[in-house]
Design a protein around this ligand. Structure first.
Ligand SMILES: NC(=O)c1ccc[n+]([C@@H]2O[C@H](COP(=O)([O-])OP(=O)(O)OC[C@H]3O[C@@H](n4cnc5c(N)ncnc54)[C@H](OP(=O)(O)O)[C@@H]3O)[C@@H](O)[C@H]2O)c1
Length: 353
């Protein structure tokens, strides 16, 4: 018998679900044993149920696995070591909470509960210590727990902000995102609306960036997270790119940095000692990559940096306390499933599973 941890994916046929399946079906520590989707797909083999759209192939063995419908009691009885959720936000909360009550440990991509005080919202190289919030969930009477993956644009943004906040303090962030269509899911944005077009509004996205950035970069005092106090202003737009969210970011620091070279070095050398020591398989060698060419980063060229787990920063310039830069990251990897797998690896190494 394998000594790997037994894991399952809820929403395994969607865009984020496919990324989970691709990465978990070949994972050195996790054995993907369950794939779950809607009633329409239940009973089909994964091969028949999924319309594969991503640029990463899963291990062939998973293709023959039967897709199951979501049945809370049956999932709880499977006794998975960890469950990854890529369910639509509209249905995720009730399912995830009922599972956690029954002892299931869940890493979830869905937005509900992300801002609850006892729910860790984790971008591992940025705020791994927040994972200790899981202990507080016992007060809810849950036998399991729920950890949340941040919103895709926010995960990408906060990885680039962390080294700056750590060194100089941030007083204000202004960001305009250019978000890929895969961010809207498999049935996402109809092509007549997005080809030859840019849509200057994504429902709920600006609020998520504002609130989640402050929570992720907030201080954990051993009991609660005190959100960072910097101001965040955001515009979020949808652009005709398949994968990779680009963000034009203006950061006002609390102190004037020594030089532009210093900022570049801070970003390029950024790493989290704890994550490095734990040797998590999904952690990229360099969380932040800096490109000095004037025409980088670009989604097609840079989204797979660090196997999709690094963010790429370019067009960087410093003027007094103001920094401007373009930040790019892969929305379904660093912004969703890749981050989720990394959180699972972190939880395992910290004996939370
Ligand atoms: N796409 C991104 O870049 C991104 C980034 C960060 C976070 N997220 C979040 O991640 C989650 C998944 O997003 P996605 O883009 O992968 O969506 P998606 O492509 O629409 O996939 C949704 C998945 O949920 C399943 N599902 C739908 N209704 C269901 C039901 N009633 N019962 C059981 N399963 C059901 C679908 O199965 P069927 O195939 O059977 O319909 C499919 O597997 C969402 O909460 C989203 O907000 C997405």
């Amino acid at each position: 018998m394998s000594d790997k941890l037994r894991v399952a994916v809820l929403g395994a046929t969607g865009i984020v679900g496919q990324r989970f399946v691709a990465r978990l079906s070949k994972h050195p520590w996790f054995e993907l044993e369950g794939v779950y989707a809607s009633y329409d797909k239940a009973g089909l083999r994964y091969r028949e149920a999924v319309k594969w759209v991503i640029n990463e192939a899963p291990d062939e063995s998973i293709m023959e696995t039967r897709v199951e419908k979501i049945d809370i009691d049956l999932i709880a009885r499977e006794n998975y070591d960890l469950v990854f959720s890529a369910l639509p936000s509209t249905i995720a909360e009730n399912i995830e909470v009922e599972l956690a009550k029954r002892g299931v440990k869940i890493v979830s991509n869905a937005s509900p509960l992300r801002l609850e005080q006892d729910i860790p919202l984790i971008n591992p190289e940025v705020n791994a210590d927040h994972i200790k919030l899981l202990n507080a969930q016992k007060k809810r009477g849950w036998k399991g727990w729920i950890a949340k993956v941040p919103n895709c644009s926010t995960a990408i943004l906060t990885l680039a902000l962390k080294p700056l906040h750590q060194a100089y303090g941030i007083s204000r962030v202004i960001v305009v995102t250019m978000q890929a269509v895969s961010g809207a899911g498999l049935k996402g944005v109809p092509s007549p609306l997005i080809i030859d077009n840019i849509i200057p509004y994504i429902k709920g996205e600006e609020e998520k960036i504002v609130q989640e950035s402050r929570k992720i970069l907030g201080l954990f005092n051993g009991r609660i997270v005190m959100p960072a106090s910097f101001e965040v202003l955001a515009f979020t737009t949808r652009v005709p790119v398949i994968d990779g969210h680009m963000e034009a970011v203006f950061v006002e620091l609390e102190e004037t940095p020594r030089s532009e070279e210093d900022i570049i070095e801070l970003l390029e050398r950024y790493h989290d000692n704890k994550i490095e020591t734990l040797r998590l398989p999904s952690a990229p060698k360099r969380p932040v990559v800096v490109r000095e060419e004037v025409d980088r980063p670009q989604p097609r060229l840079d989204r797979m940096a660090g196997n999709g787990m690094s963010v790429t920063v370019g067009r960087l310039s410093v003027n007094g306390k103001m920094i401007k830069m373009i930040v790019l990251g892969h929305n379904t990897i660093r912004g969703a499933a890749g981050n989720g797998v990394l959180i699972g690896e972190l939880a395992y190494k910290l004996n939370l599973i």
